[in-house]
Each structure stands twice: as structure tokens, then as C-alpha cells.
Design a protein around this ligand. Structure first.
Ligand code: CTP
Ligand code: MG
Length: 226
């Protein structure tokens, strides 16, 4: 089965609060987007990459893909949307039926190949899988006044990361349904869960953090320069 890597890179990075959008910040002479894509080049089934960016960064993304991808891997750079979910919805028409769709945030440059492969294997079996780790902190559910409503048992709480991997037809159906029902989720799996389709959680590593806040960027710089 061929795989298409879908990379949402069209966010503005409001929580990091930098001029340049996160995927295009440079660390050790390479953009974060480039560091991230390099992690997937060892994946044998990879046939195609689709990246969504804001209009201002379409050219920059093309340049990066041209320089890092070997010739046999096709790529498209397309314009993203207002929400991550819109950006990914825009990419799906470039993914062939029968492919595995691997969705991975541009700003998770530390994912390991063995975890990508494990996630793909699980998705081949179940149709849908998510990389994640057991929750480290106790998670509280609160109301709008920040009063605690509930403390769910931590043993059944996991933090979802990316990659999130799906048979393309399943992901397409999930996005179509969310679009029609005006539902916005914070990850891809949540849309697939709404179909009633099972999704497998695959254990990854805490090093696969998302560069979200200034502290994350600091840590990424330390790790990528050592
Ligand atoms: N993303 C996207 N299109 C959007 C919003 C986000 O493609 N409309 C991408 C980001 O570029 C990032 C990934 O989705 O690679 C994960 O999103 P997040 O970490 O939330 O990035 P931002 O939305 O850019 O940051 P923030 O939420 O702090 O504004
Ligand atoms: Mg965001």
C-alpha cells in the first residue's frame, strides 16, 4: 500500500507569537518543516507528500520540498484554510483512493521512524490509528468558571500526537461528515471517531512534542543543535 504524507503547515502560530509562522522558523540552518519531512524519508511506502501553507509561504514550501524529496516522491503544495481541519480537508483531493493517508503536524520534528511505521501497520489493520503517550499529569474537567467537574482516571487518558494514519476513504468520509455538520475537532481521529469507526492508539514517545509555546521552541533548539 502506498502512503501519502499530509502536512498541515498553514497555521499562524498565535501561541508562539512570532512573526514567521512556526514551520518556517529555522533551527540549525533548516526550517522546522524540513526537519519534520526528513523524518519520513525512511518510510518505504511513501509515494507522495501534500503540504498546506498560507498563501505567502507556498513558494517557500515548494522550494523546501524540491530540495529534500527524492525524485520518485511526488508533491503538491496547496493553500490551507482558517482552521487546521480546513487545511487538511483541502489536501484530501490530492490523495489517491487506496492510499494510506498519514497526517503529521509540520511542527513535530522529533517523530521517530519506528513509531511512524508502527502507526502505519496499525492503520492497515484497523483503518485508523493515532500515535500517543499515556497522560503524565492528572487531567481535570472544568466548567466555564474554572470549577472542577470531574477527575477522570488517568490510567485511561492518553495524549494524542501525530502521525494519525487512516485508510484514505475513511478519512475522506470523516472530513466530509464534519464539513456537512459544521463540526470542528482538534485532531483528525476525533472526526473518524464520530463515524463510529474504531481508532487504535499506538504508543509513541514524549520526545514527539508539538512546538506550540516558546518553551517548546527553546527545547527544540537545544535538541536539534546537540
Ligand atoms: N495548521 C494549519 N492550518 C491552520 C491551523 C494550523 O495547517 N489553519 C497547522 C499548523 O501550521 C501546525 C499544525 O497545524 O503545523 C498544528 O497546529 P498548531 O500547533 O495549533 O499550530 P498553529 O495553529 O499555527 O498555532 P496556534 O494554534 O498557536 O495559533
Ligand atoms: Mg492551532
Amino acid at each position: 500500500t502506498k502512503a501519502t504524507l499530509i502536512i498541515p503547515a498553514a497555521g499562524s502560530g498565535s501561541r508562539l507569537n512570532r512573526e514567521t509562522p512556526k514551520p518556517f522558523l529555522e533551527i540549525s540552518g533548516k526550517t522546522i518543516l524540513e526537519h519534520t519531512i526528513l523524518r519520513f524519508l525512511g518510510l518505504e511506502s511513501l509515494g507522495q507528500v501534500v503540504v498546506a501553507t498560507s498563501p505567502l509561504y507556498l513558494n517557500k514550501a515548494e522550494e523546501i520540498l524540491n530540495s529534500v524529496l527524492p525524485e520518485h516522491i511526488l508533491f503538491h503544495v496547496i493553500e490551507g484554510g482558517a482552521e487546521r481541519q480546513h487545511s487538511i480537508f483541502n489536501t484530501l483531493k490530492f490523495v489517491d483512493d487506496g492510499n494510506l493517508a498519514i497526517v503529521h503536524d509540520a511542527v513535530r520534528p522529533f517523530v521517530e521512524l519506528k513509531h511512524i511505521e508502527n502507526c502505519c501497520k496499525a492503520a492497515m489493520q484497523t483503518g485508523a490509528s493515532v500515535l500517543g503517550v499515556p497522560a503524565k499529569d492528572t487531567i481535570k474537567k472544568i466548567d466555564k468558571d474554572q470549577m472542577i467537574l470531574d477527575t477522570p482516571s488517568r490510567s485511561f487518558l492518553w495524549q494524542a500526537q501525530t502521525p494519525q494514519v487512516f485508510k484514505k476513504e475513511i478519512l475522506q468520509e470523516a472530513y466530509q461528515k464534519a464539513f456537512e455538520e459544521n463540526f470542528i475537532g482538534t485532531d483528525d481521529a476525533s472526526l473518524v471517531e464520530r463515524l463510529g469507526h474504531p481508532v487504535k492508539m499506538v504508543e509513541g514517545d514524549r520526545s514527539n512534542f508539538k512546538i506550540t509555546y516558546p518553551l517548546d521552541l527553546k527545547l527544540a533548539k537545544l535538541l536539534l543543535s546537540s
